[in-house]
Ligand binder design. Structure first.
Ligand SMILES: Cc1cc2nc3c(=O)[nH]c(=O)nc-3n(C[C@H](O)[C@H](O)[C@H](O)COP(=O)(O)OP(=O)(O)OC[C@H]3O[C@@H](n4cnc5c(N)ncnc54)[C@H](O)[C@@H]3O)c2cc1C
Length: 316
């Protein structure tokens, strides 16, 4: 009996989500194995032992190259068939869930997505629905149990294993590569909202595009990124790529500073993975103030520059 972790990567670059999946796999007390395929898979495989993958199955086929959900799904289903694990899992990113769904459909197996807690034998779980607003108790009855963990449900931690890579030749028909990447557009360089250690967000109360400058300054001092609420993107003050929430980015920084944001459910589900939350708001009863670990009751236009000044003073 083994747990097989489906590894998503982009031309060999492995996202934190894959390490979360390997960490989550260790909770079952079974040998942890991993499956990779596609362009750059050998590079991706090299980083997996450090997170507990004892054996890494590299699915090879001529028709498998850059990411293609159908071709990768077929190749990874080939590894599941060849290794007969009792549990197969990923993290429920767009790509993680897409690959799991491809495997499930090809093998006619049930798949439970976005779990936040899973029993020791993976026969029952709690999963996150409707952007985190609903937790659903689910049971899973199958010889091979397919599931994904919600992003940030588990924190990635290292656990050195030898990480032996084994090539597995799989059958993938060229006609399967129907969805392919033709071009990539880089929207932001360096750290992104989802990986930033600090996010300084502004809501409707910021008031304008220009008024985000003090938030940019504070984020710069703290080595973080600026985020915002949907009221802000609706007003055209910031791009959608900066939006935190159900229809934006889910973040998990060490520090989240939410200024002038009421903390509507749709915003909260994107922010609740943050390790520490500081709310800055004039309303002591705002949802964000009530839920945050720390709050400053005051006008963000005064509080944000005051924090920046204090940070600069302490940095000398
Ligand atoms: C299907 C759907 C999906 C959605 N997805 C998202 C999403 O992904 N992300 C998201 O953010 N929203 C989302 N929303 C919108 C969400 O419901 C809220 O409308 C939105 O988050 C409100 O933004 P806000 O907190 O900036 O504004 P408001 O709710 O207007 O809050 C402004 C806050 O600023 C405070 N304030 C006022 N003046 C000051 C001041 N000078 N200093 C400090 N505080 C001050 C007020 O007390 C208030 O708490 C979604 C809605 C729907 C229906």
């Amino acid at each position: 009996m083994t747990v097989l972790v489906i590894i998503e990567h982009d031309r060999g670059n492995v996202p934190e989500a894959a390490f979360e999946a390997l960490t989550a796999a260790r909770q079952f007390g079974l040998p942890v194995e991993a499956a990779v395929t596609g362009e750059g898979a050998a590079d991706a495989a090299a980083s997996l032992g450090a997170y507990g993958a004892e054996t890494i199955h590299h699915a090879t086929a001529d028709a498998v190259g850059d990411y293609s959900p159908e071709a990768w799904g077929q190749a990874l289903a080939g590894v599941v068939e060849a290794t007969s694990p009792s549990i197969v899992l990923s993290v429920g990113t767009d790509r993680g869930n897409e690959l799991m769904a491809q495997i499930a459909a090809r093998m006619d197996l049930p798949f439970v997505a976005n779990c936040v807690e899973v029993s020791d034998d993976a026969s029952s779980m709690t999963r996150s629905q409707w952007g985190g607003a609903l937790h659903e108790e689910t049971t899973l009855d199958a010889d091979t149990k397919l599931l994904s963990f919600a992003p940030h449900a588990v924190e990635a931690t290292e656990s050195a294993a030898v990480g032996t890579v084994v090539d597995v030749a799989v059958d993938v028909d060229e006609s399967l590569a129907r969805t392919m990447i033709k071009d990539r557009v880089v929207l932001s360089e360096g750290i992104t909202l989802s990986t930033a250690p600090v996010v300084v967000s502004g809501g409707r109360a910021v008031g304008s595009e220009e008024a985000f400058a003090p938030l940019e300054e504070l984020a710069g001092e703290l080595g973080g990124k600026v985020g915002c609420s949907r009221a802000v993107t609706n007003n055209g003050w910031r791009p959608h790529s900066d939006q935190v929430g159900q229809t934006g980015t889910r973040i998990a920084p060490t520090i989240y500073i939410a200024s002038g944001i009421s903390g509507a459910t749709q915003h909260w589900v994107g922010a609740m993975g943050s390790k520490n939350i500081l709310a800055i708001n004039t309303d002591p009863e705002a949802n964000m103030v009530v839920k945050a670990g720390w709050a400053v009751l005051g006008d963000l236009h005064e509080v944000i520059p005051a924090i920046t000044e204090e940070v600069r003073k302490r940095k000398g």
